[in-house]
Write a protein that binds this ligand. Structure first.
Ligand SMILES: Cc1cc2nc3c(=O)[nH]c(=O)nc-3n(C[C@H](O)[C@H](O)[C@H](O)COP(=O)(O)OP(=O)(O)OC[C@H]3O[C@@H](n4cnc5c(N)ncnc54)[C@H](O)[C@@H]3O)c2cc1C
Length: 448
């Protein structure tokens, strides 16, 4: 039987929505992305692309383009906030690629977004801008759009981010993300300006990602654009008013918070001309990501917003998209969409919930006040061999394998071998199977 033509609508052209569009389009269906912004632009800051994400982008033939714009970090280094001394360093390049088959990359968000957008368009995805979805009629597979006629498709993916109106529509009540108590200053500094200061040169001469751990705060720095820019993120207590999500920052206030940190950081912050504060939000696990009709599901920050402390938010959205693409490749009738979306939710929910929890736990690990617990953390980082529960979470061998070794394609193949398109009897069994934990999940030790 020939495949029935399908049309999938994706709400939101962020990193998550675009990867889903690429993945689903590659599987065959027609895809339209509805984006509220009149013009697409990502914020001017960096993003870490870990191997679990680059593995997917490599499969989509995008690695070469990404690499042309990226920096490969040599190591992920934890430092003491007081003097910058190294507490623990995890080698990333070439170790990550050797172990996981794809590299750890650092990219400017705008470049990442452009590469995804170009690929989506090349594949024939229709990206419609200036299109704000205001309501969803789940029963009739129709979304309402501000100032325009409703849009109908065979299924919808709600990839509209942190303040998702798709999530509110699904829950039938306003659903706001949860403040975490922290905020981020997102900064980019020209490497040339940094190089003028000999004390700071190490930060731009070596492609290391640095994490300074201190009381109630931490600082992350890494290079972008072949080393032309240094991305700096300051994570500290949220003092933005309630319901204010971003605000132009007061540079004096920012510098004052970090005045007792190592002198290099103070000097670096003196170079900052302008920055914005971002309230950091996360989410409780939703009971379901789908509506009862089975033709709508959430994706990315809309259903698993997380603190960025594991640098996995977008990577999880990329994994979501890849899993969806693999499932759409296994169906050829519209009636099978509910099975595919059910399988998607079951495959993705447990992992993304754990990422949100691990990211929240890192807040405690990173932000310890001076004292006995902090001294013990630093001793372990300096002296212990990384093992289960190691405070440098990426260096914990068990956790790292779970995090970076996730293979979205293999996970789908395990529960739904390719070539089986029937999507009828037997799918229910498979769903039960994965609800109980896939082999990959089972292989993970109790502790991590
Ligand atoms: C400081 C910081 C650092 C981070 N660092 C990393 C990192 O290093 N690595 C990593 O993997 N992740 C990182 N993240 C997380 C990552 O940025 C997010 O998880 C990711 O961007 C989410 O993508 P998304 O597509 O789900 O949502 P978004 O990027 O928010 O996209 C949602 C899209 O939907 C559109 N939209 C919203 N409402 C509507 C509507 N009603 N109708 C139509 N369109 C709509 C929006 O305009 C937007 O384009 C970080 C986050 C922060 C805050």
């Amino acid at each position: 039987m020939a495949s029935e033509p399908m049309h999938i609508g994706i709400i939101g052209a962020g990193l998550g929505g675009l990867v889903a569009a690429i993945a689903i389009r590659r599987a065959g269906p027609r895809v339209t992305v509805l984006e509220q912004a009149a013009e697409l632009k990502e914020i001017g800051a960096g993003i870490q692309i870990p191997p679990n994400s680059s593995h997917i982008l490599k499969r989509y033939g995008l690695l070469e383009k990404l690499e042309a714009a990226a920096v490969r970090p040599s190591a992920l280094v934890f430092r003491s906030y007081r003097d910058g001394q190294v507490l623990h360093a995890l080698e990333l390049d070439p170790a990550a690629e050797k172990k996981y088959g794809s590299p750890y990359l650092l990219l400017h968000r705008a470049e990442f977004h452009t590469i995804l957008l170009e690929e989506a368009k090349r594949l024939g995805v229709q990206v419609t801008l200036g299109c704000t979805v205001t309501a969803i009629d789940f029963d009739h597979r129709r979304v309402h759009i501000k100032g325009a006629s409703p849009f109908v498709a065979d299924a919808f993916i709600g990839a509209d981010g942190l303040k998702s109106s798709c999530r509110s529509a699904l829950l039938q009540q306003e659903s706001l993300p949860k403040p975490t108590g922290d905020l981020a200053y997102r900064i980019v500094v020209n490497a040339k300006d940094i190089q003028k200061h000999k004390e700071l040169r190490e930060l731009v001469d070596k492609p290391e990602m640095n994490y300074w751990l201190g009381p109630s705060a931490h600082v992350v720095s890494y290079l972008l654009q072949g080393g032309k820019l240094l991305n700096v993120v300051l994570l500290c207590p949220d003092n933005l008013p309630e319901m204010i999500f971003t605000e132009k920052a007061n540079l004096l206030e920012m510098r004052r918070f970090f005045e007792h940190w190592e002198p290099r950081l103070k000097l670096l912050l003196d170079l900052v001309q302008d920055t914005t504060k971002w309230k950091l939000m996360d989410s409780d696990e939703l009971r379901e990501w789908r509506d009862p009709s089975g033709r709508f599901a959430l994706l990315g920050d809309a259903c698993h917003a997380t603190l960025p402390y594991l640098a996995q938010g977008a990577a999880q959205a990329v994994e979501d998209g890849a899993v969806l693409g693999e499932l759409f490749a296994r169906i050829d009738r519209k009636a099978q969409i509910p099975v595919a979306l059910s399988c998607y939710e079951t495959l993705r929910k447990k992992r993304t919930t754990r990422i949100v929890q691990e990211s929240a736990a890192l807040r405690h690990t990173f932000h310890m006040d001076d004292g006995a617990a902090q001294k013990e953390r630093d001793r372990r980082l300096r002296e212990d061999e990384p093992a289960e529960g190691f405070p440098h979470r990426w260096a914990d061998p068990c956790f790292q394998t779970w995090l970076f070794g996730y293979d979205a394609f293999a996970e789908v193949e395990k529960v739904w071998p390719s070539g089986r398109k029937e999507g009828g009897a037997g799918d229910e069994e498979r769903r039960i199977d994965i609800t109980n934990g896939s082999e990959n999940e089972k292989a993970i030790c109790e502790r991590c």
